[in-house]
Design a protein around this ligand. Structure first.
Ligand code: 13P
Length: 287
């Protein structure tokens, strides 16, 4: 990552609180400085792809390509059927395991569902909640996603919470109201401390799987908007610490430009995460 980006990312809380240079020097607080560091986080959402053998081949190819990367948090999110095997293959590595969804009960008569406890059992640290494919294809609504998010956190999973507008919503000038609704309703009833285990993934629906990526300016604009929403509801500290990933046709070719923006804190990658070399190149662009 370019030095200037690192500097801006570290200094963000001081800048965002409107301190002048002198105020900044006089008020410099090392603990706050360190607390505000947002380590980039890159996760691969494999969606409904890869049989167990293919999943294992993919992580075995990935491991050596990112073994030396300490400056980026990274995770892969295979389909449920591959989680156990991939979890074992990742033990002791710097790659974390995530699921793509989780239900709101610990166990019981919920045919077809998977509980956070089961995901933790096979080595998951993370789950994705609120992916646009679950919102729009499976019809999951804000209140249900809020329930899922809170239950996953209560069980000890960390959550990548996805938000994003449809193309028509952007064209009709509704983008901000849609994103605000998704953030406010999605995080309802939570505290600033809960947010320590949450990452927000901004994934404009029109950019997912289409090859059409948001420009760095478009991503930065939305990430600033989302960070301000967090500030309004949870305070400046929570806002400055919140990692906001971008997702939607991220590739090795566009990752460097996107991550160079101050408020882009990593990626949630679909298609390009299904090849070890392209996923590793995206991770390395953030290091
Ligand atoms: P693509 O990277 O394939 O556009 O998918 C993005 C995504 O939906 C990740 O969750």
């Amino acid at each position: 990552m370019p030095y200037i980006t690192v500097l801006r990312r570290y200094l963000h809380p001081c800048i965002s609180h409107g301190y002048s240079n002198n105020d900044y020097r006089n008020n410099f607080d090392e603990e706050r400085y360190v607390m505000a560091l947002r380590k980039p986080f890159v996760a691969g959402n494999w969606k409904m792809n890869n049989l167990v053998g293919e999943s294992l081949a993919l992580v075995e190819a990935l491991k050596p390509l990112v073994a030396g990367v300490a400056a980026v948090d990274m995770a892969v999110c295979p389909a449920y059927t591959s989680l156990h095997a991939v979890g074992k293959a990742l033990a002791g590595t710097n790659i974390q395991l995530g699921a793509q969804n989780a239900y709101v009960k610990e166990s019981g008569a919920y045919t077809g569902e998977i509980s956070p406890k089961m995901l933790l059992d096979v080595g998951c640290a993370w789950t994705i909640i609120g992916h646009s494919e679950r919102r729009h294809i499976l019809g999951e609504a804000d209140a249900f996603l809020n329930e899922k998010l809170r239950f996953s956190l209560a069980c000890g999973l960390k959550v990548m919470f996805c938000i994003g507008e449809l193309l028509e919503e952007r064209k009709d000038g509704k983008m901000e109201s849609v994103l605000e609704r998704q953030v406010v309703k999605g995080l309802e009833g939570m505290t600033a401390a809960d947010l320590d285990n949450v990452v927000i993934a901004y994934e404009p629906v029109w950019a997912i799987g289409t090859g059409e990526t948001a420009t760095p300016d478009q991503a930065e604009e939305v990430h600033v908007f989302v960070r301000n929403l967090i500030d309004k509801s949870f305070g400046a500290d929570a806002a400055s610490k919140m990692r906001i990933q971008y997702g939607g046709s991220v590739k090795p070719e566009n990752a460097s430009d996107l991550i160079s923006r101050e408020n882009v804190d990593g990626f949630l990658v679909g298609g390009a995460a299904l090849k070890a070399d392209s996923f590793a190149a995206i991770i390395n662009a953030c290091a």
